[in-house]
Design a protein around this ligand. Structure first.
Ligand code: GNR
Ligand code: NI
Length: 171
């Protein structure tokens, strides 16, 4: 299956607020399979539909070492959050940049799985961080938004330069 193209900051399409999924059908499951392939190939531990220019409330994640613990969250909602954890975060849409970001250590999240079943799950640690990072994407938010404007601007200029060089066929 084709690997999907991942949008990169500062692409304005990453600022789109995704809309709820209405039907969990085979067409959606085909997209989910393509998202997993794209995420594992990147490689990354999570991917939001927004990043592949599909503006539906859908994310995939797998934080396991062996890449054998896939999660699909459709229309995710955070019911509860507590605790604070700091993680050196990266993002496939902000390649090459890593910064410490504070998130809730525990979340209780409600979502539909790939069969359309309503699930409530308590999540801790890296998976909780990843789900919060992916849910931000669905609202058009990126981890760089938590940084100072000086840092965000520096990252934007470096990526814009990379994109310009790539378009010119230099790199
Ligand atoms: O691959 C990824 N690693 C990661 C590390 C720390 C916190 C969040 C993430 S998510 C990221 C993949 C990605 O960009 N998902 O949107
Ligand atoms: Ni990301």
């Amino acid at each position: 299956m084709p690997k999907l193209k991942i949008l990169e900051f500062p692409d304005p399409r990453l600022r789109t607020k995704a809309t709820p999924v209405q039907v969990v059908d085979d067409e959606l499951r085909a997209l989910i399979d393509d998202m997993f392939e794209t995420m594992y190939d990147a490689p990354g531990i999570g991917l939001a539909a927004t990043q592949v220019d599909v503006h539906k409330r859908l994310l995939v994640a797998d934080v396991s070492i062996d890449k054998d613990a896939p999660y699909v969250l459709i229309n995710p909602e955070i019911l509860e959050k507590d605790g604070i954890t700091v993680t050196d975060e990266g993002c496939l849409s902000v390649p090459g940049f890593y910064e410490e970001i504070e998130r809730a250590e525990h979340i209780r999240v409600r979502y539909l799985d790939r069969d359309g079943i309503d699930i409530v799950l308590d999540v801790h640690g890296l998976l909780a961080v990843c789900i919060q990072h992916e849910m931000d994407h669905l609202d058009g938010k990126l981890f760089v938004d938590y940084l100072s404007e000086v840092k965000r601007t520096r990252i934007r200029k470096k990526l814009e330069k990379e994109h310009r060089l790539l378009a010119e066929g230099v790199a």
